[in-house]
Design a protein around this ligand. Structure first.
Ligand code: F6P
Length: 321
């Protein structure tokens, strides 16, 4: 009987998850595996809900955002008996390997599940936050950066017309990867990330100096993890001469058609993941390091904190004078 690979997409969706599902399915089939996709994240393993995936059932999805398997934040999986039920579902369906497509939270789930099953666990990093250790980039990050940049370019037009300061909040959970890259690409006057706490007075000083230099409009890109953007906007309005507006980009950053780069990364990560399964190597996560597709232990990817290159903030500062 053919061996079986299971796929699960878990946590927040990311553009390119569908491309990864497609690639795992097709590479898996090419290598002689049956493939099934568990639905609604870990909940699919708790309820034994899945669909059989064949090369034809993943046609026409490479360009679609979201995940055709749906996803869920699933606290029940972390509760007593959760991973045991998941392991039993894998056993019932003779799943030999589970490919987990998601962020570090999903990887932690896979790590716990791996302790209760013989099925191989392989992680594929997919999150717009780009905060998974062991991979320079995650599936969906490039798309989210481009989406945010497109919107902020439009905001810049109105900022210039009205000579206003805009604080634009981007996602990223507790990390500043998205804000840093978006901020650099829109030429933000200030980039606020949790990894580099700036005092209000410093932000006000930068904007006041800009105003004295004749730069009366400005964009401040703030990571959601930096703090309360609405309070910041109010204080900036009080303490500067400028009109200040806040724009929270929100969930638009998570949707949309994946960029070519997100699709390519998804396809290459998936191919490597299936290769690991063929080699019998479980408890691993694939990743991108210095331009090469690599893999590291799942535990390392799940438990370590990926560093943010704070030097880039200095570069952004020089670029925005
Ligand atoms: O992890 C992706 C992400 O979009 C974060 O940037 C954000 O903080 C979080 O998910 C939002 O989570 P939820 O979809 O549960 O509201």
């Amino acid at each position: 009987m053919a061996k079986t690979i299971g796929i699960v997409t878990s946590g927040g969706d990311a553009p390119g998850m569908n491309a990864a599902i497609r690639a795992v399915t097709r590479v898996g089939h090419s290598m002689g595996f049956q493939v099934i996709g568990f639905e609604r994240g870990w909940d699919g393993l708790l309820t034994n809900t899945f669909k059989k995936l064949i090369p034809r059932s993943v046609g026409g999805i490479i360009q679609l955002g979201g995940t055709m398997l749906h996803t869920l934040r699933c606290p029940a999986f972390e509760q007593a008996g959760g991973v045991e039920t998941g392991a039993e579902t894998l056993r019932l369906n003779n799943v030999d390997a589970l490919v987990v497509i998601g962020g570090d939270g999903s990887f932690r789930g896979a790590l716990e599940l791996g302790k209760k099953t013989d099925a191989l666990m392989v992680g594929i990093p997919a999150t717009i936050d780009n905060d998974v250790y062991g991979s320079d980039e995650t599936i969906g990050f490039d798309t989210a950066v481009n989406t945010a940049v497109g919107i902020i370019d439009k905001i810049r037009d109105t900022a210039i017309s009205h000579e206003r300061i805009f604080i634009v909040e981007v996602m990223g959970r507790k990390r500043g990867f998205l804000a840093l890259e978006v901020g650099m690409c829109v030429g933000a006057e200030v980039i606020l990330v949790p990894e580099n706490p700036l005092e209000l007075a410093e932000i006000v000083n930068i904007m006041d100096d800009n105003s004295k230099k004749g730069k009366r409009a400005g964009i401040i890109v703030a990571a959601e993890g930096f703090g309360d953007s609405s309070k910041l906007a109010q204080e900036m309005q009080r303490q500067t001469e400028s009109e200040v507006r806040l724009s929270i980009l929100g969930y638009a950053q998570r949707g949309g058609s994946p960029t070519a780069r997100s699709r390519l990364l998804a396809s290459l990560f998936a191919e490597r993941a299936v290769e690991l399964v063929c080699e019998g190597k479980g408890s691993m996560a694939v990743g991108l390091q210095k331009g090469a597709i690599t893999s590291i232990e799942l535990e390392k990817a799940a438990k370590n904190k990926k560093p943010l290159d704070l030097r880039l903030l200095k570069v952004a500062e020089m670029l925005s004078i």
